[in-house]
Design a protein around this ligand. Structure first.
Ligand code: FES
Length: 155
């Protein structure tokens, strides 16, 4: 549903620049993204989504073919970085999911609901996305972020 949404343009990346998970060869390209590990070391991620800031919120963007998905960047389980997650097509009805890099929970990219582990009543937030003819991506929100209206006072 895109009616009654406020759409904010994404400045960091265009549709053409998004990593396309539907292109098999791209899945194994090495990117320069370093993923923090629990032992304090980093490993190179071989494929990734994009982290953007829109409406003063951090959003993970993923492209799969002609579809673009926008989800809250922080995993609702323990705050993992969902933009560094893998995209999986769960053929047993799960559809396209993002797998969190920290504990491998999967979230449906259309509904935000957790699909693995089963039986958890947890969701991430998914946002509607529009792409214009120039490839500019816009993300839809219910309202302006609260931080637009917070007053920072210097005393
Ligand atoms: S923080 Fe994402 S699955 Fe645990």
């Amino acid at each position: 549903m895109t009616e009654n949404k406020l759409f904010f343009p994404v400045k960091e990346v265009t549709y053409e620049e998004l990593f396309d998970w539907a292109v098999p060869g791209q899945r194994y390209k090495t990117s320069s993204v370093a993923v923090p590990q629990k032992n304090g070391l980093f490993r190179q991620n071989s494929h990734t989504g994009s982290l953007v800031e829109c409406n003063k919120m951090k959003i993970a963007l993923f492209r799969h073919g002609e579809q673009v998905f926008a989800v809250n960047e922080k995993c609702p389980h323990a705050g993992g970085p969902l933009h560094l997650g893998d995209i999986e097509d769960i053929s047993d009805g799960g559809g396209l999911c993002v797998r969190c890099p920290w504990h491998s929970w999967r979230f449906d990219l259309n509904t935000g609901k957790v699909t693995m582990p089963r039986g958890r009543n947890v969701s991430t937030v998914v946002y509607p996305v529009k792409v214009d003819s120039r490839g500019v991506i816009s993300i839809g929100f219910d309202k302006f972020a609260d931080s637009y209206f917070s007053v920072e006072e210097d005393f």
